[in-house]
Design a protein around this ligand. Structure first.
Ligand SMILES: [Zn+2]
Length: 189
């Protein structure tokens, strides 16, 4: 009697544990990484990379779904190189930037809250956020719904200034240069 109860309990616990683990696996989203020379783009579905490429103008709006993502690599590395050139600041070669793609500004805001990061100077508190740079993780969190050249260039400027030897990193100074770079990329100069 006792051993049958023990077996029954074992079965119940095993089934319960299995379902919990199964649920756990389903709720964890598999993140993937797309490497450029200087950056790692974290995403969930290939479609997000294609969307980013379109939004940054790396591929045309009418390009096929399986667009050449080599153009995205060139675009990201080209932007980092151009910002470094204009600012005359270059992070060490081994320092890589992470760009994490999120669906929209609400997700970016949640991410910021989760990391207990300092409130962004770019948006009012409690409002969806297009993007922000987290220096401790060397990561730009970017809303795919809002992704544009200027926004990405702005956050890349924070990365380059904070990681380059000898660069001034005062907040006001950084912000001025980041906004300058944002306008420069938005106007296609
Ligand atoms: Zn900024």
């Amino acid at each position: 009697m006792r051993s049958r109860l023990a077996i029954l309990l074992t079965v119940v616990v095993t089934v319960w544990a299995g379902s919990v683990l199964g649920l756990g696996v389903k709720s964890v989203t598999a993140r993937q990484v797309f490497h450029t020379q200087r950056a790692d783009i974290v995403y969930e579905h290939r479609g997000e990379l294609e969307e980013l490429a379109r939004r940054l103008g790396a591929v045309g709006p009418g390009s096929p779904p399986q667009a050449d993502l080599g153009r995205l690599t060139d675009q990201i590395d080209g932007m980092l190189a151009e910002i470094s050139r204009v600012l005359q600041r270059q992070p060490p070669a081994q320092v890589r930037l992470t760009i994490q793609l999120l669906r929209d500004g609400v997700q970016v805001q949640r991410q910021q809250l989760a990391l207990r990061a300092a409130p962004s100077t770019h948006a009012a508190p409690g409002r969806p956020l297009e993007s922000y740079y987290e220096p401790r993780l060397r990561t730009i969190f970017l809303s795919l719904a809002d992704a544009r050249l200027g926004i990405l260039a702005h956050e890349m400027t924070h990365f380059i200034l904070l990681e380059s030897p000898g660069a001034r990193t005062g907040e006001a100074y950084q912000e001025t240069l980041a906004r300058y770079m944002e306008d420069r990329f938005n106007s296609g100069k």
